[in-house]
Design a protein. Structure first.
Length: 116
């Protein structure tokens, strides 16, 4: 499972960008949307999400603003930047190619892969 966890962790920025491509959201909404889209498979914690968002903001992939919430307190809302859109497009293609090649290899019979 550690290998799968590394793949999940490596996919976090592209997943966040894909959610933000549909419009600005606050952190909790990003987590819930990822969980909903993946039918619970990607259940992200705040401990993973917020440091990733902060790094993505430093990298110019997302930007944040403070907005009034339904209650009294303000909340930070994130949106994708032009650079984030470009990264999403390139990253989506890279992940598709990776998945296609992975499934291509996994789908081959053992004899073709050179196993006995």
């Amino acid at each position: 499972m550690p290998d799968l966890q590394q793949v999940r962790k490596g996919s976090t920025p592209i997943l966040i960008l894909s959610v933000l491509a549909d419009g600005k959201k606050h952190g909790y909404a990003i987590m819930r949307e990822l969980e909903a889209r993946s039918q619970g498979y990607f259940s992200m914690t705040a401990a993973l999400l917020y440091p990733t968002l902060h790094q993505m903001e430093q990298d110019g992939l997302v930007q944040s603003t403070w907005e009034e919430g339904n209650g009294v307190r303000k909340r930070k809302v994130y949106s994708i930047t032009a650079a984030g859109g470009e990264r999403l497009a390139a990253g989506s293609m890279e992940w598709r190619q990776f998945a296609e090649q992975l499934f291509h290899i996994l789908g081959k019979p053992a004899a073709i892969r050179g196993e006995q």
